[in-house]
Design a binder for this molecule. Structure first.
Ligand code: GUE
Length: 284
């Protein structure tokens, strides 16, 4: 079997077209959704991601603003910026790009964002609501992963999903969302013994390890849906996933590429959250 390549980029494009129509409607009603991205320091990868976010906003008609601060910015200053954004009625979404410099507490910064403006879905209130299954702003990458799986036409209900990785931003929330879709979920991580024993049982395999080319065909059940959440910049400067693409492509039924898979979906879900947040705040 040769896997069908799940082009996240194309799925993202069609969702963005729908969002553009929605935003144009909102503008007629006097509402311009606004996103502010705060970037501290000069990490080149962060700058590159943030460019992708501004470009996405432009595509769908969201007003976007970038606040650039130098790496020496204090936590106090950053908290002050967030307080101002919380109170600004033209800003519906606030995203503080992670990671932050080591002298700033990410926990304190995330907690300072008004939950209704937390378009990353990282605030403890939003995480709590997600756990409870309440309607809330969902974290972008996990939400994008679920949307991609649905696009394959795969019925998630009753399937065995295996997630590798247990981070707060991907592994944990994606496991929970899969469970809410009625999958049977196994969570594996860096300490899992006999990883293959679990992964070869997966109908749906979500890989979020942050280690380039860690997963090969020996890990994959023939016919599985494989979602690669990895974004690893290797020495050549090339962006690669956590999955050995060529190898796994031979046996999976669907496989996401890197780049062009989950990444564009992440940004698209951010745009969607910004529109949802704007509607909620404007009561439209
Ligand atoms: N507060 C916060 N929220 C985030 O959502 C967040 C963050 N911090 N910090 C960093 C990670 C990483 N992330 C990516 C988003 C899109 C692509 C993406 O679109 N990648 C393109 C390729 C881009 C390229 O070539 O550089 C692709 O996969 O096709 C990648 C990575 C969001 N993150």
């Amino acid at each position: 079997m040769t896997a069908t390549i799940l082009q996240g980029k194309e799925v993202a494009k069609s969702i963005r077209e729908e969002l553009a129509v929605e935003v144009a409607e909102l503008k007629k009603q006097g509402l311009v959704p606004g996103l502010t991205v705060v970037l501290v320091g000069d990490d080149p990868a962060s700058h590159s991601y943030v460019r992708g976010k501004s470009k996405g906003c432009e595509e769908v008609g969201i007003r976007s603003e970038l606040i650039l601060k130098e790496a020496s910015t204090t936590e106090e200053e950053l908290l002050g910026i967030i307080r101002d954004l919380n109170e600004n009625p033209n800003v519906h979404g606030i995203l503080v790009q992670l990671p932050l410099p080591a002298h700033i507490s990410e926990k304190a910064v995330i907690a300072a964002i008004h939950p209704e403006k937390d378009v990353d879905g990282f605030h403890p209130i939003n995480v709590g609501n997600m756990v409870l299954g309440n309607e809330t702003l969902l974290p972008c990458t996990p939400h994008g992963v679920i949307e991609l799986i649905k696009r394959t036409g795969t019925e998630i209900s009753g399937k065995h999903a295996v997630v590798i990785g247990r981070s707060n931003i991907v592994g944990k929330p994606v496991s929970l969302l899969l469970q809410q879709e009625n999958a049977t979920v196994t969570m594996c991580h860096s300490r899992t013994q006999n990883l293959e024993e679990f992964t070869t049982k997966a109908d749906i395999l979500v890989v979020a390890t942050g280690r380039a080319h860690m997963i090969g065909k020996e890990h994959v059940k023939p016919g599985a849906v494989v979602i690669d959440v990895g974004v690893n910049r290797i020495d050549s400067g090339k962006l690669v996933g956590d999955v050995k693409f060529d190898e796994v492509q031979e046996i999976a039924s669907f496989l996401t590429p890197v780049p062009g898979g989950v990444g564009p979906m992440t940004i698209t879900m951010l745009l969607k959250n910004t529109v949802v947040a704007a509607r909620k705040q404007a009561q439209l």
